[in-house]
Each structure stands twice: as structure tokens, then as C-alpha cells.
Design a protein around this ligand. Structure first.
Ligand SMILES: Nc1nc2c(ncn2[C@@H]2O[C@H](COP(=O)(O)OP(=O)(O)OP(=O)(O)O)[C@@H](O)[C@H]2O)c(=O)[nH]1
Length: 769
């Protein structure tokens, strides 16, 4: 649409009956669009062709503004009447009581809405490191992501983690530099940190008009349109904004800045996209700037999809600026489901193939399972087959998620995210297909596929190619644990039920029973994680459970090799069991990986030992890895070699496994035990005046400072510190700095404790210190 210089439009988006409609009103010489007052129901979400679906996630470091941005998206697309505020605890996506009280996102929430004839299925993910698995589960099923940054901080610790997760799942991203209204906001700092820390190639698509508090709008470098919001800040809801082609009559400095930035953009895109480079050098060699904006947009899309570059957009969600162009960018640059290649899906052809990526418990409806549909169609009241559990289940209802409200729908096709009621056996990571027969048909197609083609698939795809199930996500090992007790024995069953439900929802929560004390033990990702679980047991299940002290999940390993022999000679009932095992244990090269424990057999033993006995020996070794000889923590970094096995007639396999375990315990003790402790990367952002106090405190905690960087008036302290020293750190830091610091903590590695610290720990555990 072209407008004369004197006319500009104030753009308001609203959607009625699934399509963008707008009314116009005139003000002086200007034409304004105005919004109808009615709010759309999630039922009105358009059901478009797959090419117009966008499954996206919003990810970032804690507090970058994901929830605030999501809230604006729902508001501008017409799905909520009033803007919620994280600080007032009334946003749509943070609906859990704890989220509203704490002002943070804990579980990822899915919402579906439409924008300019596109259906957007959006997942708002948590930023706190304790809930990283939530982000990973979401990224597994998404096609694209919006990475939100605090423009005054650039890339922060958790941004790096989520970015790596997006990389792992090859998810194309756009960046949104939020909080451009903050006095310390810096476009150049943010772009620099994206390049340096994320090693990504930022493709800047907008430049800001004004900075800090006087940030009023943006210029789109592709179309050279100037978008200006009213300067009223928070009171103005941002629906109305002026869009005007930037012309010679405008601010000459701004115009020059735009021309330079656009020229740089064209050059950068030409470097990243051969097709665009050819176009420029052919038709537009005389004047690159004359290249049509549509062509530039298409090239930016190709660059984004191939992940050679990431578009960068700007705004201030809280001040209601820049979110509508971000929505445009989602539809323009992020992929449709059919543009992402999911290797295994082709074997199912048009049959249903879906991945369960999240389960939540609803008191009335039972478990609700979130599914990403990769092929085929889902209908309510139908049976589906769960390949992982090898069982068929009946799905009673099919819903479209809209945070905690759900809308019943008659069917949902490939490329969408569905919420199902009635699937009682399905857990996160399971693959759902239409029937056992369709799984068998897919298996036949997979068999017929040339071996080379399957082998060429790398990583996750290779794992998928070896079976018929979609790859789920890897669950990180918990670093903290504590005992949990019901208020009375009568409540033990209720507590077990609550824990079973919570575990189904959250695979990063592990529950086990301590073999010595018989106590139930909760294992989680961090203090906040365990605190939230405890709180949920109280609120959602009405159980006032008691938590024991929080403890660190150490690991054990060995320092040297050892060989040993053990003989088990036992009479059970009227049967005599005799077995003798010779084995050796060695420190493995891959000492610090949790999966680094292995078992192998001497060639001769492997040849002679029947498969059933080999399996019993392996079980014996594996069970001894679960509890190390020093403090009973899991063992890692050990390679075991079985040198000989002899077994008397009538000896059971269980007795052989027991003999191996006993022999392993002896060997591990002989090999000299070493405790490994989790060491965390710590990032503290603190006002300069408090830096000395924070550093002094860290030195008491066996911390080692890696770097101190400046960020405006703040200092950013990067350090590593043993997790055992970080209990209750948030309270201490708050007190030390009068609330002027934030920190993030995440697992960096497991490291060997020095002899003094180890013996202090052993004494403490033995009750001697
Ligand atoms: N100045 C300014 N503050 C903002 C902006 N967007 C969000 N905030 C504030 O930043 C804080 C965090 O916002 P959220 O939207 O909860 O951030 P989040 O990334 O969803 O946080 P988690 O989900 O807990 O990781 C809140 O106090 C917001 O009011 C912005 O554009 N400018």
C-alpha cells in the first residue's frame, strides 16, 4: 500500500473470524484504524494450510521478558482484552499459583492464536536454569524460536544454554532485543555479544528511533518504513502506531543511518545467500538499494531457515513497542512445519505419528498429554497406539491449548500441537501412532529403505532411524536431593500418588527409596526446583510433607586399576550355588561423563559364556555402579573387564549376578575411591559498590573467579564454585548487596575433590564432624 507523504497510517491489528480485519477512522489529514472491542475466543483461531502454521517457542535468560512479550502477542492478536503484567501476577501464560507469586515462568505454557492468516502455536518457556528441561522438551517439538534478550545485558548465562539447545535441535531462530526503553539498552553491545558468545550471525532488520526512555519506534530496514508508537509509554497499549515510508523530508540523520544500515544488510545477506547475490550482481548491479524489498525478505527467510544468520528485531514489550513487527517476522522468517525435515515421519506417510512432549495432571480430567502431530490427523474418541509402551489407548477428547483454558476441537492435522484427554499410560517422550498395524507398515517401509540412506542420518536422526520412535529429550542428572516424609504414615500412599503424578509431568524430578533408611528421596535440578515441588505437593495435593536437609548428589570414581577374585558358595533351600569371578576395574579416559561406566569381557570368556550368563554378569556390574563403596553415590568413569567366570551346576543367574556385584565392591574398594563433586558455573551481576563483598564471600565458598566484566554501572562476575557451597546463596547474596544483585548457577562439571575436602566430607557423613 502506498501513502503520500502527508498521510500515514496508524496500524491496529485485530482479527475477526480468523482473518485480519480493520476499521478506519480519520483524524485531521490522517487515517487511523480502530479496534473492535470484542475479544476473540480461541475457537476462532484459523485453521490454515500447513504452510501457514508456525510452531514456535520463546526462550531466554530469566527475566528477559518472554512472558511480557507473549502477553502482548495475545493482546495484539485479539485474544485477550487487557494486558496482564508479570509484576501484578495476572498474565495468561504464567497461570500456576507459584508462577504468579514468584513472577517467574516454571512450566512451559502453550497458547494458540492467529496473526495475519497464520496460526501460531506458541510455547512460553521458563528462563530459570532449574527448569531447563522444560525448554528442551519444548524445543524438541518446535519448528522455530524467538530468543528474547534484555538489550541492556545482551547474552546472559542461560541464553547460552537455551541457544545450545536450539542448535542441538537445529531450530531456526529470530532474536528480539527487548527492554530497549531501559537507559542502559545498547544495540551494539547486544549484537556484539550475539556474535561473540553465541557465535551466531546477527542480521539486523530494524534500527531504533530514540534510545532509553525516549525510545519511540523503529525503522524497518527492509521496507524503509518508520513505525512510531505514542510516547505515553506504559499507559498506551501500543495497538495504535504510525507506519510511514521514510522519505527525504524526515530527519536527515535518521535517513542516513537507515541508508547505511540497509546497505550493510544487503551486503551481509548477499554474502550469506548465493541466489540473492546473483540477483544483485545481475539485475541490480548499478544500484543495490533498488532491489525490491520482497526479494530481500525472501533472502532473509532462506538465510534464517538454513541457520546461516539470525534476524534481529528490537522493541520494548513492557512499553508496548515493537511486538507487532516481531509477530510479522515470525510469520515471514520462521519455518512452517512442512519445511522442517523429520526423518522418520516419511515411513508413516499419511498415518498418524505424534510425539508426547508434556504431561500435566488435571484433577477432573486426569492426565492431559501434549502431542506434536508430525503426520496424519487426530480425532477425539479414537484409539491410538503407543509404540514405546506397546499398548493401545483410547483418547476421549481433543483440545486446543490456550494456557490453562482449553478448547474442544473435532480434529487436528499434521504440524499442530494438540492436547489430549484419556491417554493414561503415555508419558513424555512416547511416540503415538494410529494403530499397531500402522506401526508395522511403517516398519516394513523402513526396512525397504536403502541402508545407506538411513546411515547418512546423523545424531538424533540416526537414533530415530534405528527404530520407529521419535527421539525424545535427554534428561539431565539431578544435582540435589533430600528426603521427603508425609505428615503421618496414613498419608504415605497419597504422597506416593502425588509424586508419581509430578514425576510424569516433570522427568527431571527423580524419586527413589533409600535402601538403608527406607525413606522416600526427591532428586531435583536445584533448590528452586525442589522448593516448587514441595509447594505443589502442599497446594495441589493437600499434603503437608516434611523435607529433610538438601544434599548434594556427589559421584564416585577410582584412581587406579585393581584386579580381584570372589567366590560365592551358598546353599539356598536344597540347591547349592557356586560361582567364581575374576575381574579388573580401570579408571576410564572419559572420567567425568555420567555414562562413562562400561563392562567388557576377555575374548575367550565372551566366546564361551552363554548369552544368559553374560547378561547376569553385566547386571551384576551395573548394579554395583549404582552405589559406590565410599558413600554409596553412583560410580562413573570406570571400565570393568571380566577375566573369567566359572559356575557350578544348578547355580542360578541371580546368584551369579550377586557374586559379580560382591566382587566389584571389593575391586572398587581396592582401587582407591575418589569423590567427584558437582561444580557450578556462577554468573553474578552486581552493582560495582558491592563487588568486593561478593568476591570475599565467594572466596569462603571455594569459588574460583574466572572473569569480572563491566556492563554499564554493573559488574558481571564469572566464577566456578562447588555446588555444596551454594546452599541458600540467594538469601546471602540478597543480604550482602541489599537486593542489588542477580545470579545464575548451572552445572559445569563433576570434579575430583582434593584429599582434605574429601576426608572432611567423609567425616561429616560418618557423623564425626
Ligand atoms: N523496562 C522493561 N522491563 C521489562 C520489559 N519487558 C519485561 N520487563 C520486566 O522484566 C521483568 C521480567 O519479565 P518477564 O516477562 O516475567 O520475563 P520472563 O523472561 O518471562 O521471566 P521468566 O519466565 O521468569 O524467565 C518484569 O518485571 C517485567 O515487567 C521491557 O520491555 N522493558
Amino acid at each position: 500500500m502506498r501513502f503520500g507523504v502527508t498521510f500515514s497510517i496508524l496500524r491496529v491489528y485485530s482479527c475477526k473470524n480468523g482473518s485480519q480485519t480493520c476499521r478506519w477512522r480519520w483524524q485531521g489529514k490522517r487515517r487511523f484504524r480502530s479496534l473492535p472491542d470484542d475479544v476473540k475466543s480461541p475457537r476462532q483461531v484459523v485453521n490454515p494450510d500447513i504452510s501457514k502454521i508456525r510452531n514456535i517457542g520463546i526462550m531466554a535468560h530469566i527475566d528477559a521478558g518472554k512472558t511480557t512479550t507473549t502477553e502482548r502477542m495475545l493482546f495484539y492478536s485479539g485474544y485477550i482484552r487487557a494486558l496482564g503484567d508479570v509484576d501484578d501476577g495476572d498474565t495468561v501464560t504464567d497461570y500456576m499459583a507459584q508462577e504468579r507469586e514468584r513472577g517467574i515462568t516454571i512450566q512451559s505454557a502453550a497458547v494458540t492464536f492467529d496473526w495475519k492468516e497464520h496460526r501460531i502455536n506458541l510455547i512460553d518457556t521458563p528462563g530459570h536454569v532449574d527448569f531447563t528441561l522444560e525448554v528442551e522438551r519444548a524445543l524438541r517439538v518446535l519448528d522455530g524460536a524467538v530468543a528474547v534478550f534484555d538489550a541492556s545485558a545482551g547474552v546472559e548465562a542461560q541464553t547460552l544454554t537455551v541457544w545450545r539447545q536450539a542448535d542441538k535441535h537445529e531450530v531456526p531462530c529470530v532474536c528480539f532485543l527487548n527492554k530497549m526503553d531501559k537507559p542502559g539498552a545498547s544495540l551494539s553491545l547486544s549484537l556484539q555479544s550475539i556474535k561473540e558468545k553465541l557465535k551466531a550471525n546477527p542480521v539486523l532488520l530494524q534500527i531504533p528511533i530514540g534510545s532509553g526512555r525516549s525510545f519511540t519506534g523503529l525503522v524497518d530496514l527492509i521496507t524503509k518504513q518508520r513505525m512510531a508508537w505514542r510516547a505515553k509509554g506504559r499507559e498506551d497499549d501500543g495497538r495504535v502506531f504510525e507506519v510511514k515510508a521514510l522519505g527525504p523530508a524526515d530527519d536527515p540523520d535518521l535517513l542516513q543511518q537507515v541508508n547505511e544500515a540497509r546497505a550493510a544488510l544487503i551486503e551481509q545477506v548477499a554474502d550469506l545467500d548465493d541466489e540473492f547475490a546473483e540477483l544483485l550482481l545481475g539485475e541490480f548491479s548499478e544500484d543495490f538499494d533498488a532491489v525490491p524489498s520482497g526479494k530481500l525478505q525472501q533472502a532473509v527467510r532462506r538465510v534464517t531457515l538454513s541457520r546461516r544468520g539470525v534476524p534481529v528485531l528490537l522493541g520494548s514489550a513492557l512499553r508496548n513497542k515493537g511486538v507487532q513487527p516481531l509477530l510479522d517476522a515470525i510469520t515471514l522468517y520462521l519455518p512452517a512445519p512442512n519445511q522442517r525435515h523429520h526423518h522418520l515421519v516419511r515411513w508413516y506417510q499419511d498415518d498418524l505419528c505424534a510425539l508426547a512432549f508434556k504431561v500435566v495432571h488435571d484433577k477432573q480430567r486426569g492426565p492431559l498429554v501434549f502431542l506434536r502431530i508430525y503426520s496424519g490427523t487426530m480425532k477425539p474418541q479414537s484409539a491410538v497406539h503407543n509404540i514405546n509402551r506397546d499398548g493401545t489407548e483410547r483418547m476421549s477428547r481433543l483440545l486446543l491449548p490456550f494456557a490453562d483454558q482449553h478448547v474442544e476441537i473435532p480434529s487436528l492435522s499434521a504440524g499442530n500441537i494438540a492436547l489430549t484427554v484419556g491417554l493414561k499410560q503415555t508419558v513424555t517422550g512416547d511416540t503415538i501412532v494410529s494403530s499397531r498395524a500402522s506401526a508395522a507398515a511403517a516398519a516394513r517401509r523402513a526396512q525397504r529403505e536403502p541402508q545407506e540412506r538411513r546411515a547418512s542420518a546423523g545424531g538424533e536422526r540416526a537414533r530415530e532411524a534405528s527404530g520407529l520412535v521419535l527421539a525424545g529429550v535427554e534428561v539431565p542428572e539431578p544435582v540435589f536431593f533430600c528426603s521427603i516424609e508425609p505428615p503421618s504414615m496414613a498419608k504415605q500412599d497419597d504422597l506416593d500418588h502425588a509424586l508419581a503424578c509430578l514425576q510424569r509431568e516433570d522427568p527431571s524430578l527423580k524419586v527413589r527409596v533409600d535402601p538403608d533408611s527406607g525413606q522416600t528421596v526427591l532428586c531435583g535440578m536445584g533448590e528452586l526446583h525442589i522448593e516448587v515441588i514441595h509447594d505443589r505437593i502442599r497446594r495441589e495435593y493437600g499434603i503437608e510433607a516434611d523435607l529433610g536437609p538438601l544434599q548434594v548428589a556427589y559421584r564416585e570414581t577410582i584412581l587406579q586399576s585393581a584386579s580381584t577374585t570372589d567366590t560365592l558358595d551358598r546353599v539356598v533351600g536344597d540347591r547349592k550355588h557356586v560361582a567364581t569371578v575374576d575381574l579388573s576395574v580401570h579408571p576410564s579416559d572419559d572420567l567425568l561423563s555420567p555414562t562413562s561406566c562400561g563392562v567388557s569381557f576377555e575374548q575367550e570368556v565372551e566366546r564361551q559364556l552363554p548369552a544368559e550368563l553374560r547378561e547376569a554378569v553385566e547386571n551384576g556390574v551395573q548394579s554395583s555402579y549404582l552405589q559406590g563403596p565410599l558413600l554409596g553415590y553412583p560410580v562413573q568413569g570406570v571400565a570393568t573387564v571380566i577375566q573369567s567366570v566359572s559356575i557350578g551346576p544348578g547355580t542360578s543367574v541371580a546368584m551369579l549376578a550377586a557374586c559379580v556385584s560382591r566382587c566389584m565392591l571389593k575391586a572398587l574398594k581396592q582401587a582407591g575411591g575418589q569423590i567427584l563433586e558437582p561444580v557450578m558455573s556462577l554468573e553474578v551481576t552486581v552493582g560495582e559498590e558491592f563487588l568486593g563483598l561478593v568476591l570475599a564471600d565467594l572466596s569462603q565458598r571455594r569459588g574460583s573467579v574466572q572473569d569480572v566484566q563491566s556492563r554499564h554501572d554493573n559488574k558481571v562476575l564469572l566464577a566456578t564454585v562447588p555446588l555444596a557451597e551454594m546452599m541458600g546463596y540467594s538469601t546471602v547474596l540478597r543480604t550482602l548487596t541489599s537486593g542489588n544483585a542477580t545470579f545464575s548457577l548451572q552445572l559445569s562439571s563433576y570434579e575430583a575433590m582434593n584429599p582434605q575436602d574429601q576426608s572432611a566430607l567423609l567425616n561429616k557423613m560418618a557423623g564425626l564432624a
